[in-house]
Write a protein that binds this ligand. Structure first.
Ligand SMILES: [Zn+2]
Length: 200
């Protein structure tokens, strides 16, 4: 685990350097991007703040942060696109409206890439309520594959035969994510390794 974290750190350093020269380009096969200088955390005037801060890390990777005015946990959600489908990790905390903004980004991405509909896979980092509060909004949506934050469902969806010893995967179309069981914080905890971005 230490080695994996080290490589993320190194790759971020490299990404920052590369970004200044070639935005949105691949460097040695790795998709680069840019993080915001800061995140809105909520307040002082909640009426002036959007419910979500949406950051386009690069054209195929979006980071959504829920406003602290909606819920004090202010969770980050990740929306990742391959050429065939998109994947959303986590659905928010508290009384939150998540599906509308996510489906909007998916529709924009589809237009930008001249595609009709883009199927969406919804899964979770783990099953605690600050990561699953928006689940009901996705469960019966057309073009959405909803994977509950429960070990048997995760195993089935990502082909993990022996939990937590095996590593599963999902191919979003030219973009493979490894699904790594990391039970501890929660029995259904997983980590995603994005091979395109070389990040965990
Ligand atoms: Zn938790």
């Amino acid at each position: 685990m230490r080695a994996a974290l080290g490589s993320v750190w190194l790759s971020n350093l490299r990404q920052q350097n590369v970004w200044r020269i070639h935005p949105n380009q691949l460097e040695a096969g790795v998709a680069v991007g840019k993080l915001p200088k800061s995140w809105q955390t909520g307040g002082p005037n909640c009426a002036d703040l959007p419910k979500w801060q949406v950051h386009e890390y690069n054209p195929d990777f979006f980071i959504l942060r829920e406003s602290g005015c909606t819920h004090y946990e202010k969770p980050f959600l990740y929306l990742i696109f391959g050429s065939d489908r998109a994947l959303l990790e986590d659905t928010g905390a508290g009384q939150v409206e998540t599906a509308a903004i996510v489906m909007d980004i998916v529709a924009q991405w589809a237009r930008r890439n001249n595609k009709g509909t883009v199927p969406l896979v919804v899964m979770h980092s783990h099953s605690h309520s600050d990561h699953t509060a928006g689940d009901a909004q996705f469960k019966d949506k057309p073009n959405v594959q909803f994977i509950a934050a429960a070990v048997p469902e995760i195993q089935k969806a990502f082909g993990i035969e022996n939990w937590p010893m095996d590593i599963g995967r999902i191919d979003l179309g030219g973009r493979i994510l490894d699904v790594i069981p990391i039970p501890g914080h929660n029995e259904a905890s997983i980590a995603l390794y994005d091979r395109a971005k070389e990040s965990l």
